[in-house]
Design a protein around this ligand. Structure first.
Ligand code: R5P
Length: 313
């Protein structure tokens, strides 16, 4: 007996940037999309080379590229999107589970730039839509303030809440700073758990202080929840505050496993467990977001074509 085959939708092509093959395959199956084949390499002089082998003429194409370490990925990503446009794709979308530069959302000191806006300005001309997961929306309150294309920001909160409910008994959720309040409050509401947000002072990338630990009932397990773990110093400072108050080591839950330098090993040593969503491949990934990503990408594939494009098809 032969296994039933799932018909592919010839109109949908997902192309993986290097490092995103597994994530792309996971998305392609439920989307019934063809896996595109592309070469993304460098010339000996360091210039980027791309070649798109899969025909995309008339297709809904999307490139999967999580954008941690963005500077080295950006140019080949733009080249690949241009190759798909040149190949006649009906639309070219970007699936970037981690969207970078969103924390540079204001000019703090004279001479700096608001990089979130300028990073978006590089992507806007070559992509027709963007799907991401929990972008760091703080002083920029919606992606449409900087992205000029349709966007969907998938929320990790339901999956995080489910993980906490099945893995932690009597959780007490803590957001390490004011910015994390929005995620912690949402996740806590879904878990029916008590929560609080600390106050943070960041002196530099690697020097962070937090204060105002709430009263945590004796049998509760502290669960730190934040969107990005980069240097890990925010979570480490919160874990230190808990330790000084004689509380148990926390479970640390982050959406995006950026983990610069020694962040992961330091955090593992200071906590009961470190868990992240699978937006950036990392050993700490335990929370899969394939389902909500597939829903968001389907919506983008099914968007009606804008009039300007309809005239070209
Ligand atoms: C910023 O406010 C974010 O929500 C995170 O708290 C921050 O990005 C964590 O950064 P780090 O791990 O470098 O302390």
């Amino acid at each position: 007996m032969t296994a039933p085959t799932v018909a592919l939708d010839p109109q949908r092509v997902l192309i993986a940037m290097p490092g995103c093959d597994t994530a792309t395959m996971r998305l392609a199956i439920p989307l019934r999309a063809e896996l595109g084949h592309a070469a993304v390499t460098r010339f000996p002089d360091g210039e980027s080379y791309v070649r798109l082998y899969t025909p995309v003429h008339g297709a809904e194409a999307a490139i999967v590229c999580t954008l941690d370490r963005p500077d080295e990925k950006l140019l080949p990503l733009l080249w690949l999107a241009i190759a798909a446009r040149q190949g006649g794709a009906r639309r070219v979308g970007l699936i970037a589970p981690y969207l970078p530069y969103m924390r540079q959302d204001v000019i703090f000191n004279a001479g700096e730039i608001r990089a979130a806006e300028h990073f978006a300005a590089l992507l806007n001309p070559v992509f027709d839509w963007l799907v991401t997961v929990d972008p760091h929306l703080h002083r920029i309150s919606h992606l449409s303030e900087v992205y000029r294309v349709p966007t969907v920001a998938v929320e990790a909160a339901p999956a995080i809440a489910e993980w906490i409910q099945t893995h932690v008994q009597a959780p007490f959720l803590i957001g390490p700073d004011e910015e994390s309040r929005q995620w912690v409050e949402q996740v806590a509401g879904m878990c029916g758990a008590p929560w609080a947000a600390l106050t943070k002072t960041r002196h530099s990338a690697w020097h962070v202080e937090v204060a105002e630990l709430p009263n945590i009932p004796p049998r509760c397990v502290p669960v730190l929840v934040d969107d990005i773990i980069s240097t890990g110093r925010t979570m480490l400072a919160a874990a230190g505050l808990l330790q000084r108050a004689g509380k148990p080591q926390p479970v640390c839950v982050g959406v995006h496993a950026v983990f610069a330098a020694d962040a992961y090993s330091q955090l593992c040593a200071a906590s009961a467990e470190v868990v992240t969503c699978d937006t950036i491949p990392h050993p700490s990934n335990q929370i899969a977001l394939t389902g909500p990503l597939v829903d968001a990408i389907s919506r983008m594939f099914d968007l009606p074509l804008p009039l300007s494009k309809q005239m070209l098809v």
